[in-house]
Design a protein around this ligand. Structure first.
Ligand SMILES: Nc1ncnc2c1ncn2[C@@H]1O[C@H](COP(=O)(O)OP(=O)(O)O)[C@@H](O)[C@H]1O
Ligand SMILES: [Mg+2]
Length: 341
């Protein structure tokens, strides 16, 4: 089994997709899939939205890693919300031995100022914090402590799952060195960016893309697969979320095969005691045509997704919405479909 990346480090799974397609839900489900296999997983969000805590129904996440779920065989999901300001303070402590002065800068608003004027720096800091979690070993003292390269010990996490920015921004987010070009040519920020870049471009990292079977999300998915692939990132699975169940599709297939004839429809309805007006029948025929069109669109979108040449996983639309139970259900579904993690 190839569990660890080929360079011996745990896997970093980056989950992106058009906004609202289910990135947070799928990231949580991937983490749960791993935990169900007995792994120790860190689930990370970077956008300060508290999406993970809402999906898993736990207290709002902080900048300290906390355990949020346990798998049946001793697997664990830990979670973390990376906040750029805190990451910068940690960073200043580490490299400039600023100590409490960093906190003072925070209170003065200087950190917010620095991370706002230089979004590239913000992404390097967030990337650096993720790097730390991927590389840290059980022999290290914790976040922001010594890096664990030579310290022995097991990796602190078997895998890290990142609920990443949406497709529209993820390219910039992952291009940590490109964004810094003019800002920091040398120095510790630059070194950090290079280390993060090395991790993102190694066999450790895979990017999964979440989509719905709709035109725009699929277009963004294909653009992301090509764009990120061209940037040298490894693309994992394309995950079609909120798919309609097969029986709904089959019903539409039957209607399409029967070619809806208004007169036939009216007489059939009459045999079961339903009296119709021509307007009603027109409405029904119109609805049937729309359903057929939507099915045809979905079939062509599925074809376009398949042509991207990546493994495709499909998750059902859960009418009761998403909570902790649903996350485990979706995780079981990912495992059943043989998700490669
Ligand atoms: N498989 C699903 N079935 C039903 N509702 C879902 C499913 N996946 C996501 N949702 C719902 O869709 C909305 C967007 O999901 P979310 O994971 O927050 O997306 P994103 O992080 O991409 O914005 C949320 O309300 C979520 O509960
Ligand atoms: Mg989200």
């Amino acid at each position: 089994m190839t569990w660890h990346g080929t360079d011996g480090h745990p896997r970093l799974h980056i989950v992106t997709g058009k906004g609202g397609t289910g990135k947070t839900t799928v990231a949580a489900a991937l983490a749960a899939t791993l935990a169900a296999r007995g792994r120790r997983v860190l689930l990370v969000e970077t956008e300060e939205r508290q999406g993970i805590s809402q999906v898993l129904d736990v207290a709002p996440l902080g900048t300290e890693e906390t355990e949020v779920a346990t798998g049946p065989d001793g697997g664990e999901v830990w979670a973390l919300s990376i906040e750029a300001g805190t990451a910068l303070v940690e960073y200043l402590r580490l490299f400039y031995r600023l100590g409490r002065a960093g906190d003072l800068l925070h209170r003065m608003g200087a950190i917010e100022f620095a991370t706002t004027i230089a979004p590239g720096v913000r992404d390097v800091l967030i990337g650096g914090r993720i790097y730390d979690s991927v590389r840290r070993t059980t022999a290290d003292r914790g976040a922001g402590g010594r890096r664990g390269r030579d310290s022995g010990g097991r990796p602190a996490y078997d895998a890290v799952v990142l609920d990443a920015p949406p497709t529209g921004r993820v390219g910039n987010f992952l291009d940590v060195t490109g964004q810094l070009a003019d800002l920091a040519r040398v120095g510790p920020i630059r070194n950090q960016a290079d280390a993060v870049r090395g991790m993102l471009h190694s066999a450790t990292t895979v990017v999964h893309v979440v989509t719905l079977l709709e035109q725009l999300p699929v277009q963004e998915t294909l653009d992301a697969v090509h764009g990120l692939g061209a940037d040298g990132l490894r693309i994992g699975a394309i995950i079609v979320n909120q798919a309609r169940d097969a029986s709904a599709r089959e019903q539409v297939d039957r209607v399409a095969a029967a070619e809806v004839d208004p007169e036939h429809l009216a007489s059939q309805l009459a045999t079961v005691g339903i009296r119709t007006t021509p307007t009603m029948v027109d409405g029904l025929v119109q609805t049937a045509h729309e359903a057929i069109q939507r099915r045809d669109l979905e079939v062509s979108l599925e074809g376009a997704i398949a042509d991207a040449g990546r493994p495709v996983l499909t998750l059902p639309h859960l009418p009761q919405g998403v909570g902790p139970d649903a996350v485990w259900r979706l995780a079981a579904e990912l495992a059943r479909q043989g998700v490669a993690l």
